[in-house]
Design a protein around this ligand. Sequence first.
Ligand code: NAD
Length: 307
Amino acid sequence: MKILVATEKPFAKKATDGIKEIFSAAGYEVVLLEKYSDKAQLLEAVADVDGLIIRSDKVTAEVLDAAKCLKIVVRAGAGYDNVDLAAATAKGVVVMNTPGQNSNAVAELALAMMIYMARNRFTPGTGAELQGKTVGIHAYGNVGRLVGRKAKALGMNVIAYDPFITDAVVFENDGVEQVGSVEELYAASDFLSLHIPATEQTKKSINYKLMMSMPKGATLVNTARKEVIDEDGVKAAMMERTDLKYVTDIAPDAVAEFAELLGSRFFATPKKMGAETAEANINAGLAAARQIVDFIENGNTKFQVNR
Ligand code: NAD
């Protein structure tokens, strides 16, 4: 078996070493394609591999066509909107993600962003505390739950909305109040922490109306995806409501305009960094390698996302 690790943004060395060890123990060959700048390099490298590990790298129909022997692609991370699932399914290629492996890193960043904005981006002047404020968690998955638990430890009131979690115990165990609608969530949140995936249903769903419904001085915190934001709507709401703030790990397309119009009320990390910790890197990379071996040797499809 031959496995390609294709990472425009490479894993930490400790992660690649661990990945190599896992594959060599299974008797597989590993090829690394790191920091590549041209799609042609990826098209060439995938030609004869059985398995592929990627990070934010794009696996398009063209890449899948070029990969004649490919059986499995694992996205080391949570979101998998960089893989053309329909094309993979049509070619019988299994696609997996590694859920939960980088969640703690993202959750810590979400809380750091709340404190950063509450303290006026670390500039002189009177800021605010998180304790006693309400944080709304939009989607109570792996990252959302960790944000919820950590926010409770900081003395915040935590509410959440996730229509796909029907078991109330999930919320009760964390001491989190489950609200019945998105509208209710936004209207009650001093901080709104976004954790929805980018789907046809969620794209551009965070809009003018939701922003306008938030309490005075509220902050939108986005560590999810830029696609879920209706940029024009959010911008318009923030121009009208000069008390609102927006902090994001995924810069909007119109990032320069946001920065110019909104000044210190807006902050975007220069490059997506939610999962960029040594720990998350290693966890996700090793999990991806183990999942490939487990799939090829035992047919385990537990983390398959294109069924
Ligand atoms: P997850 O799959 O564990 O959880 C997603 C949750 O969203 C699920 O509980 C699901 O029920 C819920 N959901 C789906 N559609 C919804 C909707 N329409 N309304 C409300 N809830 C909905 O994913 P996760 O690991 O918690 O990651 C959350 C998001 O964070 C992912 O979309 C991913 O793209 C993003 N992420 C960003 C970074 C980063 O570097 N900033 C890193 C990891 C993940």
